[in-house]
Design a protein around this ligand. Structure first.
Ligand SMILES: [Zn+2]
Length: 154
């Protein structure tokens, strides 16, 4: 399992207690399954097979779906941009693309606030870096463009 779990108690981090409900596996014989790892030590952590592991899987599914939707949206915006990218920095499309970058960053912020497994966090950070970089370039281009316009008129 790739998923990391944060804020674990000692027994949870040692794989001796459920990461969700905290059930003590030394005291109670509860069937458990490995659901992820401790970030620092990469040690496996466990959850009760029923219902805790199911709940964790359902939450992960919901998050993955949300992330795929966000990724599809961002990917579509990215494709549209590369298609009409004609090298003219002052094109009208730039403002629209800048707004899309800002929306992607807002989406990444919302997802980062609720995401705590490392692969997903890293994915969101890559997405943030890409769109933040693009936003800087576009904002500067638009500033230059509007400065030129002001000079031309004045
Ligand atoms: Zn449990």
């Amino acid at each position: 399992m790739e998923r990391y779990f944060w804020h674990l108690s000692g027994p949870q981090a040692d794989g001796l207690a459920c990461v969700l409900c905290g059930a003590d596996y030394l005291k109670a014989r509860i069937p458990s399954v490995e659901v992820g790892k401790v970030p620092d030590t990469e040690a496996p952590v466990f959850a009760c097979a029923d219902p805790c592991a199911e709940k964790i899987a359902a939450a992960a599914d919901a998050m993955a779906r949300e992330m795929r939707d966000a990724a599809a949206e961002v990917g579509a915006a990215w494709d549209a941009e590369t298609e009409d990218h004609d090298g003219s920095l002052g094109g009208d499309g730039h403002f629209g693309h800048l707004l899309r970058d800002l929306r992607a960053l807002t989406g990444a912020e919302a997802l980062l606030a609720v995401t705590d497994d490392m692969p997903s966090v890293r994915y969101l950070l890559r997405l943030t870096a890409r769109h933040a970089e693009a936003a800087v370039i576009r904002a500067k281009a638009l500033l230059e463009r509007t400065a030129d316009t002001a000079d031309g008129e004045g």
